[in-house]
Ligand binder design. Structure first.
Ligand code: ARG
Length: 464
C-alpha cells in the first residue's frame, strides 16, 4: 500500500487492508471532547522527550525540534487556532500529527517508549490534579464566607430541627458551622484523593513497559508527580482515582444541595429566616409577585449530574479485564462535566451566601414555637435529683397541657408547671428561656455562642 494512500491517515493504518468507515471513524473519535486535555498532553510529551534525550534514545537536535514544535502547538491551542480534526481520532494523534507537520522527522520519534494508553492515563491524572487544586481553593473561599456569616450571627437563636420539627434552640452561627465542618472533610477528601492519584503512569507504555532504558523518576519529577505507578498493567487500566475524585465531588455537591434545600425553605414566608439578594433570584413569566430562589434550586438540581457521573464511572470500570480497554475513553465526559459542575456550583454558592440577609427576629420568633426548651426543663429536673426518664415523662405531660391550652411550655405559670413535678421551683424560668438554653450547651461542639465563637477562631486558624 503506498504510504500516501488515503486509508493510511492513522498511525496504526499499516496493519489494515481497508480504512474504517465514516461511521466507525466518527464513533471511535474522541477529539471533540478530549481536546480539553491538550495542555496536559503537551506538558507530558515535553517531559517524555526530555527524558528520551537524557537516556540517549533521541539526540539533542531531535529534542530541540520536538520542544519547539510542541511550544508552537501549545500557542495554537491557546489561541484557538489549532487545526483539530476528527480524522485524527483523539487529542494525542492530533497533536502528534501536527508535531510531525511542524517538526518533520523528529516528531515521529516522540512516541518511542510510550503508548496512548500510558499517555492518556497520565493526561487524565494531570487534569484531575489541577481540577482538585481549583476545587480546593473554591471550597476554602466558601468556608471563609461561612465563617464570616457565622461570626455575625453567633448569638442569633433559631430553632434546631430534627425530622424538620422544632427540636432545640441553636445558634444560627452553629448551624452554619455544621456546613463548615462538612466542607472541611470535603477538602480533606479531595487532598487525600490528590495524593493517591499523583503518581506517574508514563513508562508503562501499552501495558507491559518498554525495552528502552527509560528514567521514570525523571519524568515524574518534571511533571510534579510524587512517584511512579508501580505496576504497568494497573497504571494503564484502572481508573479508581477518577472514581474517587467523582465520589469526593459528589459529596461536596450533596453538602451544597442540603444547604440549598434549607435556603429554599428559609426563603418561604412561613420561615422567612433569610432573604436572598435580588441578583440571585429570578421572577416568573406569569406571576408578577414572584421572587424565586432558582440559583439554590439549580445547585440542588446539578447534584444529580455529579451523582450520575459517579455511577457511570463505577459501572464503566466494573467488568474490565486487565489491562487497557477502549471503554475507558468514556471516562472523560463525565469527569469534565463533574469538574465544571463543581466549579460553577461552588463559585455561585459562595457569592449567593455573601449576599444573604438574615432575619434574626423571624428565627427567634420561630424558636418560641414548638416548646423548644422542653429538653431544658427535663434537664432542670435531673439537676434537682429526678431520674431522667421520670423527668422526660413529667415534661411530656406538661407539654400536652400547654398544647391543650394553646400556649407554649415556657408560657405556663409556676403553679401549672408544679402540677407535673414537685421538684419545680421558681428558679425554673431561666431554663425555659431560649437564651439560657443556648448558653448552657457550653462544651466543645456545643451551640453556646461562646463556643461558636471559639470554634470560628479555631477554624480561621486552621484555614490559614
Ligand atoms: N482516546 C483513548 C482514551 O481515551 C486513548 C487511548 C487509546 N488507546 C488505544 N489503544 N486505542 O482512552
Amino acid at each position: 500500500m503506498p504510504p500516501n494512500d488515503k486509508s493510511r491517515n492513522k498511525p496504526w493504518s499499516g496493519r489494515f487492508s481497508e480504512p474504517a468507515t465514516e461511521l466507525v471513524r466518527h464513533f471511535t473519535a474522541s477529539v471533540s471532547f478530549d481536546r480539553r486535555l491538550a495542555e496536559f498532553d503537551i506538558e507530558a510529551s515535553i517531559a517524555h522527550a526530555r527524558m528520551l534525550h537524557a537516556v540517549g534514545v533521541i539526540g539533542k537536535s531531535n529534542l530541540a525540534a520536538i520542544e519547539k514544535g510542541l511550544a508552537q502547538i501549545r500557542a495554537e491551542v491557546r489561541a484557538g487556532a489549532f487545526p483539530w480534526s476528527e480524522a485524527h481520532e483523539d487529542v494525542h494523534f492530533n497533536i502528534e500529527r501536527r508535531l510531525t507537520e511542524l517538526a518533520g522527522e523528529p516528531g515521529k520519534r516522540l512516541h518511542t517508549a510510550r503508548s496512548r494508553n500510558d499517555q492518556v492515563a497520565t493526561d487524565v491524572r494531570l487534569y484531575l490534579r489541577a481540577a482538585i487544586d481549583q476545587a480546593g481553593d473554591l471550597v476554602r473561599s466558601l468556608q471563609r464566607a461561612l465563617l464570616d456569616l457565622a461570626e455575625a450571627h453567633a448569638d442569633a437563636v433559631m430553632p434546631g430541627y430534627t425530622h424538620l420539627q422544632v427540636a432545640q434552640p441553636v445558634s444560627f452561627g452553629h448551624h452554619l458551622l455544621a456546613y463548615y465542618e462538612m466542607l472541611a472533610r470535603d477538602a480533606q477528601r479531595l487532598a487525600d484523593c490528590r495524593k493517591r492519584l499523583n503518581k506517574l503512569p508514563l513508562g508503562s507504555a501499552a501495558l507491559a513497559g518498554t525495552s528502552f532504558p527509560i528514567d521514570r523518576q525523571m519524568v515524574a519529577r518534571e511533571l510534579g508527580f510524587d512517584g511512579v505507578c508501580e505496576n504497568s498493567m494497573d497504571a494503564v487500566s484502572d481508573r479508581d482515582f477518577a472514581i474517587e475524585y467523582c465520589a469526593c465531588a459528589a459529596l461536596v455537591m450533596i453538602h451544597l444541595s442540603r444547604f440549598c434545600e434549607e435556603i429554599v425553605l428559609w426563603m418561604n414566608p412561613r420561615f422567612g429566616f433569610v432573604r436572598l439578594a435580588d441578583r440571585f433570584c429570578t421572577g416568573s413569566s406569569i406571576m408578577p409577585q414572584k421572587k424565586n430562589p432558582d440559583v439554590a434550586e439549580l445547585i440542588r438540581g446539578n447534584t444529580c449530574r455529579v451523582n450520575g457521573h459517579l455511577v457511570a464511572l463505577l459501572t464503566l470500570m466494573k467488568a474490565q479485564p486487565l489491562a487497557y480497554n477502549r471503554d475507558n475513553q468514556e471516562d472523560k465526559e463525565p469527569l469534565f462535566d463533574t469538574a465544571d459542575t463543581l466549579t460553577a456550583c461552588l463559585a455561585v454558592f459562595t457569592e449567593m451566601l455573601q449576599g444573604i440577609e438574615v432575619n434574626r427576629q423571624a428565627m427567634e420568633a420561630a424558636a418560641h414555637q414548638g416548646h423548644a426548651t422542653a429538653t431544658d426543663l427535663a434537664e432542670y429536673l435531673v439537676r434537682k435529683g429526678v431520674p431522667f426518664r421520670e423527668a422526660h415523662e413529667a415534661v411530656a405531660q406538661a407539654v400536652r397541657h400547654a398544647e391543650s391550652r394553646g400556649c407554649e411550655l415556657s408560657e405556663l405559670t409556676l403553679a401549672e408547671l408544679q402540677r407535673f413535678s414537685s421538684a419545680i421551683r421558681k428558679d425554673v424560668f431561666p431554663a425555659l428561656a431560649l437564651e439560657g438554653s443556648l448558653k448552657s450547651r457550653n462544651h466543645p461542639g456545643g451551640t453556646a455562642p461562646a463556643r461558636v465563637k471559639a470554634a470560628i477562631a479555631k477554624a480561621r486558624k486552621s484555614l490559614g
